[in-house]
Write a protein that binds this ligand. Structure first.
Ligand code: ACO
Length: 427
């Protein structure tokens, strides 16, 4: 039986359809609300609003569940590779051996960027933040790849998607090399997606570079954990930009800009900086007290999530990965002990229990990235690299959706009502 909800708004009651997804909460279809009642809904931050229909990623924030195309993030992180997840997210199903080989080959053919685009990097100040460079350079891709900007052509959409996934590691590595004054390293397509990125980031022309398989696997897993996350702020930004018909390179640049914020992708950088500032376990109570103080703007970075109110499953995998990497590389970091103790103290504190605040994916990621050798300024760029897969998948889904319309939220206007203009000399 079709479910309906009845709403009476200063007139006769009217029925609204209640849409059911395959799993997850029902969704009240209010598309006719304004036409029928003249009223809008008010939901800043979209806490109760579904902005689209999607079959890509499912999150149950109360249970701490994250599924990509129905597969749990724990299974994917343990048993698959980032390229497999990229195929899964963009194509809808896990690849066969042959499909995966073809996909990897295709991506590897697009890893180079136009030589003229390389010159863009030299226009930035040498101390520019890698995310500032990423925003600019990814936006500029549309000026170089005109032959894949027609969004009505499925083939062009596919090529643009492959180009974005393939070129993002090259662009992130170039941004890093530029910021530290080292020569650019060209891609080596004989390496894996992640191995190639490590080489472009850490190799120098003067010495041979061998990819460490433990580091390669750990980084690949970090990429899997960041690949997609349903309708988060940056993905919604990509969709909103794309809803006007903007080309995919411009849309992904918009997503990168949104991701940069400290409440979103910038949190991994902020979390490690915070852990370093805390420094030793004896200082933890002071910082927990600050986080709880209403008059102090300090928050525990890497803690809390709009959707997860139980535990972020990605944080669990990330914590395990730190342990594995440290064990296999035979390294330790006192900051990891600070993080573990901070988590334990916060999880036993009534403030964090009551508000359902748990470590999110960013709480532990910085510790591994730092152990691998990335400076904190690169953390969000790595997130952008991995999330490009999700952005591209969501953008393609939106373009193919027959219900797709330009995104145009409404507002609750609280400004001045209409009034007569007063000429300057009369004011
Ligand atoms: N430390 C201390 N208190 C917190 C924290 C925190 N990290 N996060 C939320 N709170 C408190 C808020 O002060 C608020 O308290 P109140 O109800 O007394 O006013 C309550 O918990 C709810 O917080 P909101 O900000 O309203 O929750 P929202 O869902 O809007 O925000 C967010 C979620 C932005 C992630 C928030 O928890 C935060 O700022 N965390 C730190 C930044 C961070 O780690 N971001 C990464 C998110 S994951 C990602 O993007 C990959």
């Amino acid at each position: 039986m079709t479910k309906t909800a009845t709403l009476a708004l200063g007139g006769p009651a009217q029925d609204y359809a209640v849409l059911e997804g395959s799993i997850g909460p029902d969704v009240l279809d209010i598309r006719k609300l304004y036409a029928r009642t003249g009223a809008f809904t008010f939901d800043p931050g979209f806490t109760s609003t579904a902005a689209c229909e999607s079959g890509i990623t499912y999150i149950d924030g109360d249970q701490g569940v994250l599924l990509h195309r129905g597969y749990s993030i724990e299974d994917l992180a343990r048993d698959s590779s980032f390229m497999e997840v990229a195929y899964l997210l963009t194509e809808g199903e896990l690849p066969t051996h042959e499909e995966l080989a073809t996909f990897k080959y295709t991506i590897s053919r697009h890893t180079m960027v136009h030589e003229q685009l390389m010159q863009f990097f030299r226009g930035f100040r040498r101390d520019a933040h890698p995310m500032a460079i990423m925003c600019g350079v990814v936006g500029a891709l549309s000026a170089f790849y005109h032959d894949s900007t027609d969004i009505d052509d499925p083939k062009q959409r596919m090529i643009a998607s492959h180009r974005l996934i393939a070129k993002m590691p090259t662009i992130a590595a170039l941004a890093y090399k530029y910021s530290i004054g080292q020569p650019f390293i060209y891609p080596d397509n004989s390496l894996s997606y992640t191995g190639n990125f490590l080489r472009m980031t850490f190799a120098v022309p003067a010495e041979p570079y061998v990819v460490n398989p433990v580091v390669e696997r750990a980084l690949d897993r970090i990429f899997i954990l960041h690949a997609d996350h349903e309708q988060n702020a940056s993905t919604s930004t990509v969709r909103l930009a794309g809803s006007s018909g903007a080309n995919p390179f411009a849309c992904i640049a918009a997503g990168i800009a949104c991701l940069w914020g400290p409440a979103h992708g910038g949190a991994n950088e902020a979390a490690l900086n915070m852990l370093r500032e805390i420094g030793t376990p004896d200082k933890i109570p002071h910082y927990i007290a600050r986080a709880k103080d209403k008059d102090d703007s300090f928050r525990l970075m890497g803690f809390g999530h709009r959707v997860y109110k139980n535990y972020d499953p990605r944080a669990t995998v990330m914590q395990q990965t730190v342990r594995e990497v440290f064990k296999e590389m035979n390294v330790t970091d006192p900051i990891f002990d600070v993080a573990l103790q901070l988590e334990e103290m916060a999880l036993n504190d009534p403030y964090f229990i009551e508000k359902k605040l748990f470590p999110n994916v960013d709480f532990y990621s910085g510790i591994i990235l730092s152990a691998i050798g990335f400076p904190t300024s690169m953390f969000t760029a790595l997130f952008a690299l991995a999330r490009t897969v999700g952005w591209v998948a969501q953008w393609n889904e939106m373009i193919g959706d027959p219900e797709q319309k330009i995104g145009r939220p409404r507002q609750l206007y609280t400004g001045a009502p209409q009034r007569p203009f007063v000429p300057l000399d009369k004011r």
